[in-house]
Write a protein that binds this ligand. Sequence first.
Ligand SMILES: CC(C)(COP(=O)(O)OP(=O)(O)OC[C@H]1O[C@@H](n2cnc3c(N)ncnc32)[C@H](O)[C@@H]1OP(=O)(O)O)[C@@H](O)C(=O)NCCC(=O)NCCS
Length: 168
Amino acid sequence: MPPVGYDPAMTARPADPSETGALARLWYDGWQDAHAAILPPVLARAHTRASFAERMAAALADVRVIGPPGTPLGFAMLKGDELYQFYVASEARGAGIAAALMADAEVQLSARGIETAWLACAIGNARAARFYEKSGWHLARTMVNRLDTADGPFDLEIWRYEKHLARR
Ligand SMILES: CC(C)(COP(=O)(O)OP(=O)(O)OC[C@H]1O[C@@H](n2cnc3c(N)ncnc32)[C@H](O)[C@@H]1OP(=O)(O)O)[C@@H](O)C(=O)NCCC(=O)NCCS
């Protein structure tokens, strides 16, 4: 019997290698959607479909997903003490998937022994910032963050959000 309150549609799981392409497409589309209008055009050009596919394949073990296998609706990618990438498909936003994915990501980070996690949010990404703040993350400061792109590293000033995680 599944535990009371268990909802598979809202439960994060590990990524499956067979959905690497679908996750990379979700990431590419979400990146363009959230960032193309607010970041330098050179960055949009350097964030190619191929670069997302390569990076997703390389990081798959650190990716948590919500959505049916093969049809991901959102994912979180962890890297050390950083919530490194966080995306929900446009058609699935505003439905609580982001909150469920975030709760799971925080559990995963805490289980790795992280006490204070951080994430980088593009300056001007107001929807993401609102979501992080209502999820209990606070804007710690702006900082220069080094992004991975198809053309190599790119230094960008970002909003650094942090959250002290509950001990597990
Ligand atoms: C960031 C993201 C994961 C959040 O998921 P979501 O399902 O949109 O989150 P929610 O709908 O629960 O919360 C978004 C909040 O922003 C608000 N919002 C929507 N558009 C907004 C805007 N243009 N400016 C400010 N706030 C906005 C919503 O009303 C909601 O706040 P509320 O619950 O107080 O009404 C999702 O929007 C996404 O994937 N965006 C594209 C990729 C991205 O930006 N990822 C983060 C990279 S740092």
